[in-house]
Design a protein around this ligand. Structure first.
Ligand code: PMP
Length: 418
């Protein structure tokens, strides 16, 4: 049976979103490939907006999940103890936290990225007794009131319908006129006469995903950490999109050598595209009393099963090395495209598997993404003016698949700039 796209067009809020960018009905997906009802094959350079870092329907995770379901493994258990949860916690500590010498408590804040951000903002305010939060231009943290209030995108903020308060938005990295925004911030904090209240937290992405693939330098991140320490401000790293290997290491901030107070993770954490989020909290900040932050859908047991299986990828050192080799292929390709097609007025950006080209030509990136879709490559755009076409393949893609996708991308660029 095939379905008419009109059925989606009856739903206003649907048609305004991904249905419009990718106008077909998808039926099947495996690894880095997707198929639609007509049987057309697509290469996926989108990975569910970063929720499918291990690709679609990973065979091992699928088998574990089917075994768990058919043996009547418990599905829903609020925050009761379950065997699936115990296995996830054990493996997360053994595979991820302990080898990195990271001492964090693990909280299940609710099923999605915005839930972990809300829990982090609440906790930082509770721990410090302060109100304000510093966030950054073009940062994206979610669509509920708290996470939206720290999101630096005026179009998205309008959706709140009311002014969003208690947030100071600073320029991201050293972006504005070579003025170091952090020096500026320190001047404010230092000057008792400025009247600025010391904030509870600073929240940021190390590489901004929705904001246009802006990668902070490691030095800048270190400076953020030292300001936070000096003023007792809690540093929240939102690793919802940049985490789980997307920038080349499990946590995006690892190469900067920083240890945030609170870490937000979701998207690819379940490994299988299931809703799942965690908030990692330094033990001294573990201040929520039971019941102060709960919800019905915390700790989905099916997600525990696939997430535990997904962590096995990180037991094999070769996994990170392969990500690096493939990242270099992508970045070299993007730099080549910028040179070869000056009509793009492009700049190659990003880190690891979170890369793209920002084009200075109005609307061009969206046209390239639309052409790529026509030619069988799924890719999205980001940035305040959708100026960046974003390459987000699964980390597990093989080199052949990657090169095939890049070839389609070049064809799309060529066809569009002419
Ligand atoms: N933080 C970041 C960095 C994100 O990219 C997103 C989603 N794009 C969120 C938070 C919100 O996650 P969710 O859509 O699952 O609520």
């Amino acid at each position: 049976m095939t379905h008419n796209l009109n059925i989606f067009e009856n739903m206003e809020s649907e048609v305004r979103s991904y249905v419009r960018s990718f106008p077909t009905v998808f039926t099947k997906a495996k690894g880095y490939k997707m198929w639609d009802e007509a049987g057309k094959e697509y290469i996926d350079f989108f990975s569910g907006a970063g929720a499918l870092n291990y690709g679609h329907n990973d065979t091992v995770m699928q088998k574990k999940l089917v075994e768990y379901i058919t043996s009547d493994g418990i599905t829903h258990s609020l925050d009761m103890a379950s065997s699936a949860k115990a296995e996830f916690l054990t493996k997360f500590n053994e595979t991820i936290l302990n080898p990195r010498d990271m001492d964090y408590k693990i909280m299940f804040p609710g099923p999605t990225g915005t839930n972990t951000v809300e829990s982090a903002l609440k906790l930082a305010r509770k721990v410090t007794g302060r109100t304000d939060v510093i966030s950054f231009t073009n940062g994206f943290h979610g669509m509920t009131i708290g996470s939206l209030s720290v999101t630096g995108n005026s179009m998205k903020r309008k959706g709140a319908g009311i002014p969003l308060q208690n947030v100071v938005t600073m320029p991201y990295d050293n972006y504005v006129d070579d003025q170091d925004s952090l020096d500026y911030l320190e001047r404010f904090l230092d000057d008792s006469g400025s009247g600025v209240a010391i904030p509870a937290a600073m929240i940021l992405e190390t590489v901004q995903g929705e904001g246009g693939i802006n990668a902070a330098s490691f030095e800048w991140l270190q400076k953020v950490e030292s300001i936070c320490k000096r003023w007792g401000i809690l540093l929240i790293i939102d690793d919802v999109q940049a985490g789980v290997g997307r920038t080349g290491t499990f946590f995006s901030f690892e190469p900067a050598g920083i240890k945030p107070d609170i870490i937000c993770m979701s998207k690819s954490l379940s490994g299988y595209g299931l809703p799942f989020a965690i908030t990692l909290i330094k033990p001294e900040h573990d201040k929520f009393a039971p019941g102060e932050h709960n919800g019905t859908f915390r700790g989905n047991n099916h997600a525990f099963i696939t997430a535990t299986s997904a962590l096995s990828y990180w037991e094999n050192e070769q996994f990170e090395k392969d990500i690096k080799v493939k990242s270099d292929i992508m970045m070299n390709f993007l730099e080549e495209m910028v040179e070869k097609y000056p009509e793009l007025k492009g700049e190659a950006r990003g880190r690891g598997f979170m890369v793209g080209i920002a084009s200075d030509v109005d609307g061009l990136s969206n046209k390239i993404a639309a052409k790529a879709f026509e030619l069988g490559l799924i890719m999205e755009t980001s940035g305040p003016k959708d100026e960046v076409f974003k390459l987000f393949p699964p980390l597990t893609i093989d080199e052949d698949g990657l090169k095939q996708g890049l070839a389609i991308l070049e064809e799309s660029i060529k066809a569009t700039v002419k």
